[in-house]
Design a protein around this ligand. Structure first.
Ligand code: ME8
Length: 480
């Protein structure tokens, strides 16, 4: 039976247009999704928008636009971004959709029926930036350290979820499943925090109007994080056959600021509702500019659409995947993007493809054993992709491109007209284009078309057909 692979991104707040940090997470998830598509797995890739948050309402009010209209307008820019990034997502979930709200209410009810929800008075601090309740201990100079803002004081009646009840079970699950939270540093962070007792979680608000109503008490709206996390199952039509096929998720891709919600709160909700836990939460770092997190709240955003229009989708995808190790923060620099584009995509990959295709068109290719391919560290690349060490996998692929370019220099096929050498090079280009497809799909599809092969992992080891190779257009035009 074909393996399934279910991958998700976080769903984005729509209080402003998407920024480069959002684009980064989506590209990372798409590269992994496409990698599993190469392996011919039955992949489902979900992304979407978190529309019921108070920060969206606040932004709409500030803009003087009715909330629904504001959210629809901004969500469009996120959907547009997915297209511009050439994402292969299978669905896009919006939390204002009915298909989502019914599942959220259903889960809330299940948890309530289980006896895990009770009503009490709440008094505490709320950060709209995090959409989360904070304690005095979380604050630095009385401010939320992530958003550099003072939280609001809330005093209202609220429903509570018995989060504390699930502490032991979650610790046990994390310890038994070393791959549940990755990378290890993020796993340790969570285990450290779990050493302290867990307070129950306020899961409703009775002073707000925007949000999904509690199923048993319409005067309360469900806390936005409970609502948002459920997207991972509403997006695959819980509890349908589709849900049964794809759940548990193979990996949730998220940023480091929301690790707690995914590694503790989400598992607690699922345990309470009697649903299996996801297999993995992969926590990536932040993109920074001059060392500061790119964020709408901090006002230092970089528009991904601007970069795409200037350099192209493949260039942006490639740069973010190659330059920023997925497990740590990485500073974004347009100069570095340009350099990598020119040196790696245009010079190394582009030149190899254009030289070999031009010569192969002229002199043809003749089947022979491709010894060059032994230099490709395929097993290692597979392992690195499995561990989501994408920058390192790309290093290996490019090391092989260097080997191929050196081979062209050494063998001088433009002089020798040796169609066997050209065969080896064409067959190696096949391997390269297949492996690079998850990162630069547009260019690799052009190469596959020129050289006549299919973009499947299993094709790497199969000899390239002796078909007519076409000299193509320039794949990457150098940037001055
Ligand atoms: O947190 N670099 O939404 P969001 C890398 N709605 N990733 C970044 C980033 C940066 N500079 N800034 C943000 C939310 N992100 C919630 C999620 S999921 C059920 C609900 C990442 O719009 C961030 O860490 O603030 C998160 O994974 C995603 O972008 C959406 O962030």
């Amino acid at each position: 039976m074909m393996a399934k692979f279910y991958i998700t991104t976080a769903i984005d707040y729509v209080n402003a247009a998407p920024h480069l940090g959002h684009a980064y997470e989506k590209i990372l998830a798409d590269a992994i999704a496409r990698w599993h598509r190469l392996l011919e797995e039955d992949v489902f890739f979900l992304t979407g928008t978190d529309e019921n948050a108070q920060k969206n309402v606040k932004a709409a009010k500030e803009a003087g636009i009715p909330v629904k209209k504001f959210i629809d307008k901004n969500t469009k820019t996120f959907i547009e971004l997915c297209k511009k990034l050439n994402l292969s997502n299978d669905d896009f979930i919006r939390t204002t959709e009915t298909r989502h709200a019914v599942v959220v209410q259903q889960i809330f009810k299940t948890i309530q029926d289980k006896g895990d929800i009770y009503k009490a008075d709440y008094e505490g601090l709320y950060c709209t930036g995090c959409e989360a309740f904070l304690t005095e201990k979380d604050l630095v100079d009385e401010k939320c350290p992530e958003h550099c803002k003072k939280p609001e004081i809330l005093k209202e009646e609220s429903y509570f979820f018995k989060l504390g009840k699930y502490r032991e079970k979650i610790i046990e699950h994390i310890k038994k499943n070393p791959g549940f939270i990755e990378p290890t540093s993020r796993r340790n962070e969570i285990l450290e925090r779990l050493k302290e007792p867990l307070k129950d979680l306020s899961v409703s608000r009775c002073t707000i109007e925007w949000g999904i109503p509690c199923p048993t008490d319409a005067s309360h709206r469900i806390y936005v994080w409970i609502d948002a996390l459920v997207n991972y199952i509403s997006g695959i039509d819980y509890p349908s056959e589709k849900f049964k096929k794809y759940w548990p998720a193979d990996v949730h891709i998220i940023g480091k600021g929301i690790n707690w919600f995914h590694s503790v709160i989400w598992p607690a909700l699922l345990l309470s509702a009697g649903i299996k836990l996801p297999k993995k939460v992969f926590v990536h770092g932040y993109l920074t500019v001059n060392g500061q997190k790119i964020s709408k709240s901090l006002g230092n955003v970089i528009d991904p659409i601007f970069l795409i229009e200037k350099y192209g989708t493949d260039a942006l995808r490639y740069f973010l995947m190659r330059d920023i190790p997925s497990a740590t923060d990485g500073d974004f620099s347009e100069i570095a993007l340009k350099e990598r584009f020119n040196n790696e995509l245009a010079n190394k990959l582009g030149n190899l493809v254009s030289r070999v295709s031009a010569l192969a068109e002229k002199y043809g290719i003749k089947k022979t054993e491709n010894k060059l391919l032994d230099k490709l560290k395929l097993k290692k690349i597979e392992e690195l992709m499995e561990k989501i060490e994408i920058d390192k996998a790309l290093d290996e692929i490019f090391a092989f491109i260097d080997v191929c370019n050196q081979y062209v220099q050494d063998k001088k096929p433009w002089e020798t007209q040796d169609s066997r050498v050209l065969y080896e090079l064409a067959d190696s280009i096949k391997a390269v284009a297949i492996l690079l497809w998850p990162f630069i799909p547009e260019a690799c599809e052009k190469i596959a078309e020129q050289f006549g092969f299919e973009l499947k992992f299993s094709e790497i080891k199969k000899p390239i057909k002796e078909s007519k190779i076409k000299k193509g257009e320039i794949l990457f035009q150098k940037i001055k």
